[in-house]
Design a protein around this ligand. Structure first.
Ligand code: SAH
Length: 361
């Protein structure tokens, strides 16, 4: 459609290179390039016309060469607990969800990495809609940028890849997006405040572990045996539990296990004991997640009493455990629920495995 070069698909260092070359072509000083880079992420401008510290002629020349694509919020819902959920429309009509969760001085943004998801976890609304496509770099990091462009802005302090999609099946875009999120010339969010959540895509875990920054890894375990895990998470056939646990064990940072509490399915004492053994093996921290009603046809949430007992059973085995508070229940703020509500389930597309993981070196 347009041959403008998208600056928001580039890491800040790469964007600076491109802009420095551009300024040189125009015979302009290099500091002009740094001014533009500042307006990409740090102090984002909605478009070049708003970069008022640049001469008007230069703003027009930039707009003729480069693009700064926006995501369009087509729905915004606020929960009684302060959680806000956004539905963003992308340039090709796809839609993805982003959830902002305030907690004291922190705001955690739950972002999407794919439109839809190929993995079909039995209790997940995104799985039910099927896979559409991977998000581009600017569509991933852009979810945080859009928060800074709101009036008033939402100042995101933490990011979790727990929205729609499987981030480690889109490593090609997630890798540079992590750089943009963390880089002080980008969004400047500390690596320890950025969590990648995965079903256990092994090559992706290795790739994440090779990054020098201390990005956090969370693994969706959800069942302590292959038989049960395979029923809940078909991906277990490709990446079996033992291999996922081994990947977590050798990961050079401490990992978190996510465990969604499904009444009568995975919440028995024997499950707690088996889960504790796995968590001990890789010194994992366990996060118990109450089932969000909505996506989960055929499942019911474990009772509060059962969740509490399960947590105690884990603690008795020496495992560190937290029970996640369910946030935004009244606005359907679990994976995939808002899109499903607004746009319908649609026809699930073929679960095309566009999950190529590019591992460097
Ligand atoms: N694909 C990645 C990240 C997206 S989902 C992953 O699976 O880890 C983020 C977390 O939300 C996962 O642990 C997922 O299993 C969980 N989840 C999905 N549907 C849920 C629901 N209805 N209630 C509670 N948690 C859910």
């Amino acid at each position: 459609m347009s041959d403008l070069e998208n600056l928001l698909d580039l890491t800040p260092a790469h964007a600076l290179d491109r802009l420095t070359a551009f300024m040189a072509e125009l015979g302009l000083p290099a500091y002009r390039a740094r001014q533009v880079v500042r307006h990409l992420w740090m102090a984002p401008a909605p478009d070049f016309a708003h970069m008022t510290d640049l001469p008007a002629a230069l703003r027009e020349q930039l707009a003729a060469r480069f693009a700064l694509p926006r995501l369009t919020a087509i729905a915004r819902q606020r929960s009684s607990d302060g959680t806000e959920k956004f539905l963003f429309r992308l340039a090709d009509g796809e839609a993805v969800e982003t959830v902002a969760i305030p907690d004291g001085n922190r705001v955690t943004l739950c972002i999407s990495s794919q439109a839809g998801c190929a993995l079909q976890c039995a209790f997940c609304a995104t799985g039910a809609m099927g896979f559409s496509r991977n998000l581009a770099v600017h569509e991933i990091a852009g979810q945080v940028r859009e928060m800074r462009l709101l009036e008033p802005p939402i100042q995101v302090t933490n990011v979790v890849f727990m929205g729609m999609g499987e981030p480690l099946m889109n490593w090609k875009a997630v890798d540079p997006a992590l750089t943009i999120l963390n880089d002080p010339s980008g969004l400047g969010i500390g690596a320890r405040h950025i969590t990648v959540s995965t079903v256990g895509v092994l090559p992706g875990i290795v790739a994440l572990g090779k990054r020098p920054e201390q990005f956090r890894l969370a693994i969706s375990i959800h069942a302590p045996s292959d038989a049960l895990r395979r029923e809940l998470m078909p991906i277990n056939a490709k990446y079996p539990l033992a291999e996922v646990i081994e990947a977590a064990r050798v990961f050079d940072r401490r990992v978190t296990f996510e465990y969604v509490m499904l009444g009568g399915v995975n919440d028995g004492e024997e499950h707690a004991l088996n889960l504790a053994a796995l968590a001990r093996e890789c010194r994992a921290f366990v996060n118990l997640i109450p089932l969000h009603p909505g996506g989960a046809r055929g499942f019911t949430a474990s009772t509060r009493e059962r969740v509490g007992a399960f947590a105690r059973e884990l603690r008795a085995q020496g495992i560190e455990v937290a029970v996640r508070r369910s946030r935004g229940v009244d606005i359907a703020a679990a994976c995939g629920q808002l899109r499903t509500e607004r746009l319908g389930r649609g026809t699930p597309r073929a679960p095309e495995q566009d999950g190529h993981v590019h591992v460097e070196g």
